[in-house]
Design a protein around this ligand. Structure first.
Ligand code: PEP
Ligand code: MN
Length: 369
């Protein structure tokens, strides 16, 4: 059960203390407090965990400071959509809105290699009106002898250049909780000119200790990739691990499933799950066409498979696109063969705009009386 308190509740006040006193006396129920900091107000939600079936909604609603009460179903207690649940979807981060109602594009380098390539990428993004990007510093690789990413060494120039080119959010994978501190320190040292969305990759989607530690911090939002060989339910539970520890600022990313049924694509594209995730949870949904398709092959119509697949995600209502670009793919140290070229960026963005417009029209049509 979730108690949603009146906005900006005074947690030092007598009323709040009275509420907490009542809750702590409930048998076999313990409470966990979540604060959701929005642009205008702070919302406090109290999750009642344990034997809540005998509690009445009316009794709970009558408690001091309580504005609304939601009885949650068993699954996805924090992130799920529950009956009579009008809580907002999404969040703001560093001036960018992430919700189930909008779309952000994160085009950038799979792996940071040189400052020159980072700068060329970011300049192209600014020229095309983009304020988000992807930049991989810590790379989880199948082969221990492959390039593992520049790690913390590259963070100062990545963050400084992001500031120079007006980048507000960088999606950056972390593979260990220490990387969060390295990122935080590097951001501070470079004057907090940009923001970071911590990416948890498909290989770590069931690294529960990593999920818990990233969930315990509230500073950075999280982009959680779906596990490539587990069910959707298992991956949504991974997201719930993050949220249950206190960080509900999560974007869920579909990136294809590992199966040779997807051949000749790198993974079997699973973007039909965009509306499913939006129905089951309040998370914005991202699609990653690059790691799904894994090549620059194109169809006879002249469109790259990466663009076709992006369109399939966007027409289904995706809220974010994470896509690999590179100024010189032949020189890329990771995933060059699937990278789009900087000269393809304007067309890629226009293609997305066309498809998003079609999606908006489909929604309007569906809502017509
Ligand atoms: C990536 O986005 O760079 C990546 C490694 O993706 P995934 O975890 O989906 O394989
Ligand atoms: Mn990659």
């Amino acid at each position: 059960m979730i108690l949603i308190l009146t906005p900006n509740v005074d947690v030092k006040g007598a009323e709040y203390k009275r509420l907490m006193g009542v809750l702590s006396a409930l048998p076999n129920v313990h409470s966990r407090v979540h604060n959701v900091h929005g642009a205008q107000q702070t919302l406090t939600e109290i999750y009642l965990i344990g034997d809540t079936s005998s509690l009445s909604l009316d009794d709970m609603r009558a408690l001091p400071c309580v504005e609304r009460v939601v009885r949650v179903s068993q699954s996805y207690r924090v992130l799920g959509r529950h009956k009579d649940d009008q809580r907002a979807t999404g969040f703001e981060y560093n001036g960018v809105h992430f919700g189930q109602d909008n779309l952000n594009v994160f085009a950038g380098l799979c792996a940071v290699d040189t400052p020159e390539h980072v700068e060329q990428m970011m300049r192209a993004l600014r020229e095309n009106g983009q304020v988000c990007t992807r930049m991989g510093a810590y790379k989880p690789r199948t082969n221990p002898y492959s390039f593992q990413g520049h790690g913390k060494e590259c963070l100062p120039y990545v963050f400084t250049l992001a500031g120079k080119y007006g980048i507000k959010v960088i999606a950056m994978e972390i593979t260990h909780e220490d990387h969060v501190d390295e990122i935080r320190k590097a951001l501070q040292k470079t004057g907090n000119k940009t923001g970071v969305m911590l990416q948890i990759g498909t290989r770590n989607s069931q690294n529960f200790e990593l999920l818990k530690s990233v969930g315990r911090q509230n500073e950075f939002p999280v982009l959680l990739k779906r596990g490539f060989g587990i069910t959707l339910e298992e991956s949504l539970n991974a997201a719930e691990y993050l949220a249950s520890e206190g960080n509900p600022k999560i974007v869920f990313c579909l990136r294809g499933m590992k199966s040779n049924m997807g051949d000749p694509h790198r993974n079997f594209v699973d973007f039909s799950h965009v509306p499913v995730v939006k129905r089951l949870t309040r998370m914005p949904v991202c699609v990653d066409p690059s790691h799904s398709v894994g090549t620059r092959e194109s169809a006879p119509d002249g469109l790259l498979d990466v663009m076709h697949v992006t369109a399939q995600g966007v027409i289904a209502g995706a809220n974010m696109v994470l896509v690999d670009f590179h100024p010189a793919p032949a020189e890329a140290l990771v995933d060059g063969p699937q990278a789009l070229l900087l000269k393809e960026l304007p067309k890629f963005l226009e293609d997305i705009r066309i498809v998003r417009e079609a999606y908006d029209k489909r929604v309007a049509l569906a809502r017509q009386e």
